[in-house]
Design a protein around this ligand. Sequence first.
Ligand SMILES: Cc1ncc(COP(=O)(O)O)c(C=O)c1O
Length: 341
Amino acid sequence: MAKKNPLIRPLVHALHAYVPGEQPKIKGLIKLNTNENPYTPAPRVLAAVRAAVDGRLRLYPNPTAQALREKLAKLHGCAPENLIVGNGSDEVLALAVRAFVEPKPNSKLKIKNSKLAKAAVQYFTPSYSLYPVLADIHGAAKNVVPLKPDFSLPSVAELKRGKIWDFDAALTFVTTPNAPSGRGYKTSELEQLCRAQNGVIIFDEAYVDFAGENALKLALKFPHVLVARTFSKAYSLCFQRVGYFVGHPGLIAALNKIRDSYNVNGLGQIAATATLDDLKFYRANFKKIIATRDWLSHELTQLGFRVLPSQTNFILTKPSLFPAKDWLQKLRDRKILVRWF
Ligand SMILES: Cc1ncc(COP(=O)(O)O)c(C=O)c1O
């Protein structure tokens, strides 16, 4: 084993970094491995970004993404104070861990505080694989609770019976609709969880534009609930890195205290703001993507694949004939990139 560099914290030595989906530069590649949007941004969005590439690049961008937050507030029927924008939703998820969760007590410092020890990051498995990484970076305890065998959400009664779920966890992440299962959850079942949970809950709605229901009203109703959204998936803007939280102004103010002053780049703010002026274009894309998803699910089922019903822009499927790993390679040989779970 390589010798540990004493300049680096032991916690960082022990970390396993998040592994993003591959981004190979192969010509003609059909790239389905990171749930990106197959359609380019609206022409007006591209024009707005191009028009902004001028002498303004020497200036700092708006520190609070004010224009974007005002437009988002109108769209979601809330106030700009209910919104914080980040460098992708990944950034706001990371901010939440830092703002709401105490790291594990350092045993060397002999801090004994059972309340702190309970302050965990909690999430279902399988769900977004960034959550454990964020908890580990922060040195926080994790409470990982399995979904039901069909990847549906356990009810509050089931969670109580299971005795693993911590209703006092400092922070709970729920990916809805879920990744990588693609399953959607009902707002009513999410509301039950909000009523039972004492700590902060984040509904990570990265794929919500492809789903039937969303939890936005819960973020505007409960003081301990945040909804995370992103421009990456439905709005074809992965490259620009813009995501945000909607929630109670008290939680939003706490997050604002710990973010970088200029956390959202200027071109990203312009692209996202222009996106909101052209929602018709994107809603037409959602329809096309949903139709393609449903067609592909049907065709795969016909071929003997087991396909989970999806409320997202991707499908989790168990292939027939030979193992998924072999499909991965055979598809890759044909320049089709998918992800293996
Ligand atoms: C569930 C989930 N949340 C958040 C993200 C990150 O989105 P962003 O590009 O806004 O950081 C992803 C990206 O794959 C995701 O799958």
